[in-house]
Design a protein around this ligand. Structure first.
Ligand SMILES: [Zn+2]
Length: 227
């Protein structure tokens, strides 16, 4: 899943208006932020296997640190703990921890059974929405669209420029998503580094989201959004 994760972060803004969209992006995409780093370090492994799923040809051979259920719980508790120390409110801790967890749940719905529960050779799970391109797109765009709608009703831009930053981000995410769905697929001999390397751009999206939300005002409270 790609834009569906960002949809979850956009939805979360209403519950935690003091948190920047950049922080919410870190939480919803934490597993995919650490994954390319671990693949490039040789800790986790991925390869291209044409036909493994209709939506994309990536075979996630092992990624327990970034994507096992057990480690996701650990990451989620850590995110909640950091939020509690930093913001000192339970709402922000629960939302940030919940967003980290939401990544695994949404991946569970979309991935073919490749998500480990823990380290080692245990069972792997996934409901396999990726076996239908159109169902994947419909579900993801529905979550993403709801998130955009909710975010737009929660905040307003102080200046036309900051409104543009937000809508350019939304347009860019949609474009990247549709290109990944309908663009050329990588060949079987693509090295892992060529798959994981471009995924590092996710870190840039975090900064873009922070930048886009920087001058927004929360509609209810009329107070600037936080960090
Ligand atoms: Zn993921």
């Amino acid at each position: 899943m790609f834009v569906g994760h960002f949809g979850a972060a956009l939805l979360a803004k209403k519950a935690t208006p003091r948190l920047s969209l950049g922080t919410l992006f870190v939480a919803c995409q934490w597993l995919d932020l650490v994954w390319p780093v671990l693949v490039l370090a040789g800790v986790e492994h991925v390869r291209v296997e044409p036909g493994v799923a209709k939506f994309n040809p990536f075979a996630f051979d092992d990624y327990p640190w970034s994507h096992s259920l057990g480690m996701t719980v650990v990451w989620a508790l850590a995110a909640g703990g950091v939020a509690l120390l930093w913001k000192r409110t339970m709402t922000e801790a629960v939302v940030l921890g919940g967003l980290v967890m939401s990544h695994w749940v949404l991946d569970y719905v979309t991935h073919v059974p490749d998500l480990p529960l823990w380290f080692g050779h245990g069972p792997k799970v996934g409901l396999g929405l990726w076996q239908s391109v159109w169902a994947t797109i419909a579900v993801e765009l529905a979550i993403f669209g709801s998130g955009i709608f909710a975010f737009a009703r929660t905040t307003t831009a102080k200046t036309p420029r900051s409104r543009w930053r937000f809508w350019c981000l939304i347009f860019f995410l949609t474009l990247v998503y549709l290109a990944s769905a309908f663009g050329p697929q990588p060949s079987a001999d693509t090295p892992a580094a060529a798959i994981a390397g471009p995924a590092l751009f996710m870190w840039l999206l975090v900064f873009w989201a922070w930048w886009a939300d920087r001058r927004n005002v929360v509609l209810d409270a009329r107070e600037p959004t936080g960090v």
